[in-house]
Design a protein around this ligand. Sequence first.
Ligand SMILES: Cc1ncc(C[n+]2csc(CCOP(=O)(O)OP(=O)(O)O)c2C)c(N)n1
Ligand SMILES: [Mg+2]
Length: 337
Amino acid sequence: MSTKTKKDTQMAAAPSGLSQQAIIRAYRQMKTIREFEERLHIENTTGAIPGFTHLYSGQEAVAVGACEHLTDKDFIISTHRGHGHCIAKGCDVPAMMKEIFGSRDGLNKGKGGSMHIADVAKGMLGANGIVGAGQPIAVGAAIACKLRGEGSVALSFTGDGASNQGTVFEAMNMAVVLQVPKVFVFENNGYSEHTGASYGIGCDDIVKRIEGFGIPVFQADGFDFFSIYEAMAKALELSRNGGGPSAIYCETIRYFGHFEGDPQNYRAKDEVRRYRDEEDCLLKFRRRMEQTGEVALEVLDAVDAEVLALIESSVTGAKQAPRPLSEDLLTNVYNSY
Ligand SMILES: Cc1ncc(C[n+]2csc(CCOP(=O)(O)OP(=O)(O)O)c2C)c(N)n1
Ligand SMILES: [Mg+2]
């Protein structure tokens, strides 16, 4: 995987320039995603969670680094691996947990589950089980942003596997032709299901392919919140101000399998451990705070405790929350819109 990350770690001693409040908020968001996912990994083994679950743990810096710049007026579209994007965009955590457990009190009344969480009021237009389906939808949202003229943007998250989809090519082309405020965030986590990116991607470099469409690409370290945050600032500087689409590219890793239950026979046994121990985004964040002194580690410890309590109460609430009733079957489905 990336050799850039090591170098960046050594250079990461400069103060971030962010307020203490912004730093703590970013850390809280990443930690919330991490604990949400780690807990789901455990809860999945009990059989309490219906349907498929794809965990985002390991990639938190990407979602949070990108979304910390956005407001509710900006739109995002997620993927099948969407919990982290949803939390980063401000979706209610207990309501998401209820959704994943299939409760009628869930964020989408228990009808979306893990792969279809949405909250339009927060600008979260939905996770999506169809690989490559979100990018054209986000171009549509970007057209709306352009027409409204309020400086808002639409963002899509795209995996290495999805980067090979024709829909993504069409979306990139359309975004350039229409010069819409659209940010394409490419998260290369090394695998598309069980296929390595080095095998599945026909060109040497996804970045060159994106640039081939005429989209400027800002590269970042996918394990480092501050690196993604800075790249996103550059992308937004362009896309919010009439410069058309932009892209972020980063390399990262998912700590768990493609889906919960994946035996992961396609990866080296120590692959994840190495990243968890050396590159982990929360570790890196803490190391930087230790070096710069911008926020005391005790403050981050207190955030950890708050987050653990939130996840605990979310799981308890989700387990106790009511399941859908038979009369819920025909409400809030396609023909209700
Ligand atoms: C159109 C379509 N083709 C295939 C699939 C099956 N599928 C689900 S996830 C996935 C891999 C996607 O890989 P990537 O874009 O790298 O995202 P990651 O799982 O790594 O987050 C595939 C092929 C699908 N859901 N939709
Ligand atoms: Mg992938």
